[in-house]
Design a protein around this ligand. Structure first.
Ligand code: GUN
Ligand code: ZN
Length: 435
């Protein structure tokens, strides 16, 4: 039998065990200023203080010393559109205007599989350069957009979730499927890709406004038939969208109720935005086990509104951070944390730096039902991690040198840092060499 391939990484180490909440619960995280992360065959074998772990770790395993840098689990982006890599930083008065003028035209190009593969490669590079190792990703209506994405993700050994968008009405004719065609394509994609390598399929109705009753019924039917498959959509992002959905589904109590009636609320279901919900919706979302993707750069860029952290907490809702590129204005989860902090400020609420880093790592894994594999360092979890350099720029070095506590350092990083501070990204213990 081959001996297990082991390596050790030294540096400051931070990871979470649970939600720090509003009080920065000290039991919610582990931090070692001089820590060690020991890997065996791409998985975590042990984590803890270097002084205790390294002498005891037998054998002549290579030790990679990251010095003062901070090792943490890779970021998890719970909602992002890969076909919108070329739409980021387009104008648009609001969501519906932006969809019509920028997004739908860009998505039409994904009828061409070669184009889709080229964008998927660029997109994955960009995620990894930003320290994001897992994402829940929308493709376009074209089946091959998802095939090309999964192919590119599998080549890199990444844990990724993706699905083709279902759209059978209220969209351009050449971006339209039908309930029957959409279901056939989903079944083929689930059969071929779900559970293969580190890939997962998500049933992805774009949003209630672009699917007929028949298509939402079909999505609910598949969600019941394949309980391990994910569900992924948008919900209550803007006031105009909410009013439109209410017109399209006059019998539903609320926008959320549309998804509920079609059996689309359950664990492993993620709804992006969740801004315009009432207390009943939030209670129902929490009870169903579905979660919300909080996408602050998108909500501010498109002028959609402010995600209410306090109301979500009060209802016991699950939520985690997301970039929502291309409505979102950055691939960086650090930039996303910074904007999330400002959204909380505008509502007179609080998002502590510790909680922001939790929402960018373990919270995503928990919401996606993947916390036994990613999002934290525990023996047996997959070694997807990043190394953050608090000295990456002159300003970062100057400011972080003056931080006295971990919380102060994290606030400096999330406020000032971006992809320049991601010194390295590891996937299953392998350093990613990025263009
Ligand atoms: N709602 C429906 N489609 C989209 C989309 O592509 N982006 C965002 N942010 N919201 C949506
Ligand atoms: Zn989105």
């Amino acid at each position: 039998m081959n001996p297990r391939y082991r390596t050790a990484h030294r540096g400051s180490i931070l990871h979470f065990r649970s939600d720090p909440g509003l009080q920065d619960d000290p039991a919610s995280y582990e931090y070692w200023e001089h820590g060690a992360l020991i890997l065996a065959d791409g998985h975590v074998e042990a984590v803890g203080p270097a002084a205790a772990l390294l002498p005891a770790a037998a054998g002549n395993m290579p030790v990679i010393d990251h010095g003062h840098r901070l090792i943490m689990p890779g970021f998890i982006d719970t909602h992002i559109h890969y076909p919108q890599a070329d739409v980021i930083a387009s104008g648009g008065r609001n969501l519906l205007d932006w969809l019509e003028h920028y997004t739908f035209p860009a998505e039409k190009r994904f009828a061409d599989a070669e184009h889709a593969f080229e964008v998927a490669e660029f997109f994955l590079n960009e995620l990894l350069r930003n320290g994001t190792t897992t994402a829940q990703v929308l493709g376009t209506v074209h089946k091959q957009s998802v095939e090309m994405f999964f192919r590119a993700a599998a080549e890199r050994g990444l844990r990724m979730i993706a699905g083709k968008t279902l759209m059978d009405r209220n969209c351009p004719a050449d971006l339209r499927d039908s309930a029957v065609e959409g279901e056939r394509e989903m079944r083929e994609l689930i059969e071929t890709w779900h559970g293969r390598d580190r890939l997962h399929y998500a049933i992805t109705p774009r949003f209630a406004a672009t699917s007929s009753d028949a298509q939402l019924q079909s999505a609910g039917r598949l969600a019941r038939e394949f309980p391990s498959v994910f569900i992924h959509s948008h919900l209550a992002e803007t006031r105009d969208e909410v009013a439109w959905v209410q017109q399209l589904f006059p019998d539903s109590r609320s926008y959320l109720d549309v998804y509920d009636r079609f059996g689309l609320l359950r664990e492993r279901a993620t709804y992006a935005h969740c801004i315009y919900l009432d207390a009943g919706d939030r209670q129902r979302l929490a009870a169903s086990g579905a979660g919300a993707a909080f996408a602050p750069t998108s909500n501010l860029y498109l002028g959609s509104g402010l995600f209410d952290i306090a109301a979500s907490d009060a209802a016991g809702m699950r939520f985690a951070l997301a970039t929502d590129v291309g409505g979102g204005s950055s691939f960086s989860m650090l930039r996303t944390m910074a904007e999330g902090y400002k959204v909380a400020q505008l509502l007179g609420q609080k998002l502590s730096p510790l909680r922001a880093f939790y929402l960018a790592t373990l919270a995503g894994a928990q919401m996606l039902g993947l916390a036994d594999r990613i999002g934290r360092f525990a023996p047996g979890t997959e070694a997807d991690f990043i190394v953050l350099d608090p000295h990456a720029t002159a300003l970062l070095a100057r400011r972080s040198a003056q931080s006295r506590t971990l919380s102060e350092l994290l606030l400096v990083l999330m406020t000032l840092a971006d992809d320049r501070a991601i010194a390295s990204t590891y996937v299953l213990g392998e350093l990613q060499e990025l263009a």
